[in-house]
Design a binder for this molecule. Structure first.
Ligand code: PEP
Ligand code: MG
Length: 861
């Protein structure tokens, strides 16, 4: 029997659990331990261990100590209802922590005023442990010994893992089995209190009891496992039990869930009612394979459009690298065979990572991060548990890696979510080795200049690739900020992501031009275009190096006209690189990256810290922060917006902000708090009428008043709805500046969905219809002397630059990687030429004609 001492996770008044104003804790239903009424705003780890789960509302987390004890740390009473407001998690599921490491910080004023109590609990929630020596009824300092936990073993036997394995293993529970599905009708899902009530009922049954929800299962005798399911109002929970009396226990637990497990029932929640009344949905059916058509035939010139990831152009021959689905046998040859197989495969992949790190020392950190994932004890334990339950090494590893990747993908920090791709990469690598093949050697052996097409390129694919080897990369899926894209950018490989499944029709060996500046892949281009592009590529490579040398200087045209070249940013880590490329500020901070892929909105403090860090990295350069642009095709799981037939024409951008004013006000406050005052400007997306901007301005002024800020802050409107361009004069009466979002403006003007691959090739922001609206917007802005920027994709398109400048745009906010070249090009332009060509462009019939005009005047583009 082992004993460990837990340190106080908070400073404050330590008290026995019986004094906690929450019966689930005071009656010991959740677990045994103690409580602290905190005087500090940071929760720290009471021991060395691993974070088992951080609740989606960020008010609680569980740490598993080396002895196997699972320590639930629960901040405040009735804090789950804050849905994350006021809490900032500093750790993620599966992360190793040391005693004293910060876990969650919280806004004491906000949480204290909104929750029933700030009294916070530290309890052991798994079986097989006892607690004594609680140091209570006194002031306690953070880190002081607080209580002793007896049980388990330091070697790391995991009672909950064993319990989960027992619950999952049919062999452990022979005889009667029963199952019943019921809707969860409580507002905050299975948080600590209802989970404890469920556990108490499940523990009365000697056999296994499992709760299934959305394809995941949890041992019903573990509070942590139930909380880890991340259930929400309206979820359908299946109660499954086995062993004698299974039917009775299923009925009684289903009844408890149906009556709310002690939490109030949400009677009028339409969603809950609908779900309750509806029959159980059928098991998810995999979507029928999308019919994508036969391979493109030689000579069939095809243009595919995607999203810019790494700019640059290349001519080359297509090499297909589409991954075929892995099929793995579930049953193994027994732990004696499968365990060593898995260990050998992991060792082999780890050795390969070491070699990759040696080949690319500048990216050693990425390979080290991969190595740490492979060394993760949680990952290994989970795979070994499956193997011990009779599964094959392949099946166990595949399932474990997938589950962990899904968990990472759901994390609050989008960069963490991108690490899910790393795990999928490692899953593939280990499976490759288990299949008896050599570990992936990457793409280094492909003929020089190849254009690789794949579903998604992974970091390991690029591991051994020397700079200059690959011509280009096109991905069917993929995001512009993944690790793979970072590596591709470092190698200078033009990359286009999100090309859509039509890319799978491109045959091996097809000649192609990839254009990372325009997010295009042209297959079977005419000979003359190939030759022209080759020449341009060589000249451009030499020029780019030259341009970087002067990128830091202000951008002035050949006739002295000042044009500002800013960067579009999505997160803190983008900022220093953008400055190095010559960005003179940030013209568009897409703040939705902070809000997406998480279960609750980031707190005001969390937002403030991120904005401040970006402002600091910009070192006095202007920072234009766009308020939340979600809704439509960017739904937030925690924002109850109605389901829409045409979401792109529905609740998007400012419409969401005005509907959810608290969300917008918190963001405004976070921006207003950034120092120095005046560092930031606020920009509002999807403005269609001046009244919307007026409403936001009122909010800004009110929040400014509350914060005691005398200095006004500049407030701008995005012009991306055609109506806004048409009445830009009216909008300029309210706005301090305008910024044109050509991505949306083009989709709305041309009535072509920017996400639809069937119309992607015609979706060109240089269409004269779009240019005429830009022209109108600039003229409208002149009425009140407002500046006009462009922050949509055409600001990164060198062909668009002279036209936009000729139309009167004075600021371009571009993707960081093109800035050095863009500034150098603008320095060669004369305003009179730009005006002449822009005027001619307004009188053309098509975007193609416009592009020809530009190319005739500036053939070097
Ligand atoms: C735009 O629409 O051009 C724009 C800059 O906004 P987003 O691409 O984020 O919708
Ligand atoms: Mg937009």
């Amino acid at each position: 029997m082992t004993a460990i001492t837990l340190a106080a996770p908070l400073a404050g008044w330590a008290m026995p659990l019986t004094e906690v104003p929450d019966p689930a804790f005071s009656q010991g239903l959740v677990g045994t331990g103690m409580a602290i009424d905190p005087t500090v705003n940071e929760l720290r780890s009471p021991c060395d261990g691993v974070v088992l789960s951080v609740h989606r509302a960020h008010h609680a987390c569980t740490v598993r100590a080396a002895s196997g004890a699972e320590v639930l740390l629960h901040l405040g009473v009735d804090t789950v209802g804050l849905n994350g407001e006021g809490f900032t998690a500093h750790v993620r599921d599966g992360q190793a922590v040391k005693a004293g490491d910060p876990l969650i910080s919280f806004d004491m004023d906000l949480v204290g005023s909104r929750a029933q109590s700030l009294v916070s609990m530290m309890v052991i929630v798994n079986d097989g442990f006892t607690v004594d020596g609680q140091s209570v009824n006194r002031v306690i300092a953070v880190g002081e010994p607080a209580m002793t936990v007896h049980g388990g073993s330091v070697a790391g036997s995991s009672p909950s893992a064993a319990a989960s394995a027992a619950a999952a293993s049919p062999a452990a529970d022979p005889g009667e089995t029963a199952e019943r599905t019921v809707a969860l009708r409580i507002a905050h899902g299975l948080h600590a209190r209802p989970a404890a009530a469920l556990v108490a009922a499940a523990k009365a049954h000697p056999g296994a009891v499992t709760i299934l929800c959305r394809d995941r299962g949890a041992n019903a005798k573990s509070v942590v496992a139930l909380m880890g399911l991340g259930t929400v109002l309206g979820d359908r929970l299946t109660v499954r039990a086995s062993g004698p009396g299974a039917q009775g226990v299923v009925e009684s637990i289903a009844g408890l869930i149906d009556s709310g497990l002690g939490d109030p029932i949400v009677e009028d929640a339409a969603a809950a009612a609908a779900v309750t009344a509806a029959p159980a949905p059928a098991a998810p059916v995999p979507p029928a394979a999308e019919e994508i058509g036969p391979p493109f035939a030689p000579g069939e010139q095809v243009l595919l459009k995607g999203t810019i990831a790494v700019p640059g152009q290349a001519v080359g021959t297509v090499v297909r690298r589409f991954r075929s689905a892995v099929s793995v046998a579930e049953e193994g040859a027994g732990p004696a065979v499968e365990e060593p197989r898995l260990h050998r495969a992991l060792d082999s992949v780890i050795a390969g990572l070491g070699r990759s790190a040696e080949r690319m020392p500048e990216h050693a950190a990425i390979f080290q991060a991969h190595r740490e994932l492979l060394d993760d004890p949680e990952l290994l334990d989970s795979a070994l548990a499956d193997i011990r339950a009779g599964k094959s090494a392949e099946w166990a590893w595949h399932r474990t890696a997938r589950r962990q990747a899904d968990a990472l993908a759901a994390l609050a920090d989008p960069r963490m979510a991108e690490r899910a791709a790393d795990l999928r990469d490692l899953e593939q690598q280990v499976l490759t080795v288990l299949a008896g093949k050599a570990p992936s050697v990457g793409l280094a052996e492909l003929p020089a200049g190849s254009i690789v097409l794949a579903d998604e390129i992974l970091p390991s694919d690029l591991a051994g690739v020397p700079a200059g080897q690959l011509g280009g990369i096109g991905m069917v899926h993929g995001g512009p900020t993944s690790h793979a894209v970072i590596l591709a950018a470092a190698l200078g490989v033009p990359t286009v992501v999100a090309l859509g499944r039509q890319a799978e029709r491109v045959p091996d060996g097809a000649p192609a031009v990839i254009d990372g500046n325009r997010a295009e892949l042209l297959v079977f281009p005419p000979e003359d275009m190939l030759a022209k592009t080759r020449t341009a590529v060589a000249a451009r490579a030499a020029r780019r190096e030259e341009n970087r040398r002067t990128a830091g200087e202000d951008c002035r045209m050949a006739d002295g006209t000042r044009i500002e070249v800013f960067a579009n940013l999505g997160r803190v880590s983008d900022a220093p690189g953008a400055v190095a490329e010559g960005a003179e500020g940030c013209g568009l901070l897409r703040t939705e990256f902070l809000f997406l892929e998480r279960q609750s909105a980031p707190s005001e403090d969390e937002q403030y810290r991120q904005y401040q860090q970006i402002a600091d990295a910009l070192a006095g350069r202007p920072l234009v922060i766009r308020t939340l642009d979600v809704g439509g095709d960017k739904p937030l799981p925690y924002l109850p917006l109605p389901k829409e037939e045409n979401p792109v024409l529905g609740l998007r951008g400012v419409r969401v902000g005005l509907r959810e004013p608290e969300l917008l006000r918190a963001q405004i406050r976070a921006i207003l708090r950034v120092k120095p005052t005046g560092a930031c400007r606020i920009m509002v997306p999807m403005i269609a009428s001046p009244s919307e901007l007026r409403a936001v301005r009122r909010m800004v002024d009110e929040e400014r008043g509350k914060l005691g800020l005398a200095e006004p802050i500049e407030l701008g409107a995005m012009i991306e709805v055609p109506a806004a361009a048409l009445i830009a004069d009216r909008i300029s009466a309210v706005a301090d500046f305008l910024s044109i979002g050509t991505n949306d403006l083009t989709q709305y003007v041309l009535a072509m969905d920017r996400g639809n691959p069937h119309v992607a090739a015609q979706l060109d922001a240089l269409h004269p219809g779009v240019l005429r609206l830009i022209h109108l917007a600039v003229m409208g802005a002149e009425t009140y002397g407002r500046t006009v920027a462009v922050c949509g994709g055409s600001a990164s398109d060198p062909m668009a630059a002279p036209l936009l400048i000729g139309l009167g745009v004075t600021e371009l906010s571009a993707t960081p990687a093109v800035i050095a070249d863009l500034k150098a090009f603008i320095r060669t332009l004369r305003m009179e030429d730009c005006r002449r060509v822009a005027e001619a462009a307004l009188g053309t019939d098509s975007a193609d004609e416009v592009r020809r005009l530009v190319a005739e005047t500036w053939p070097a583009i």
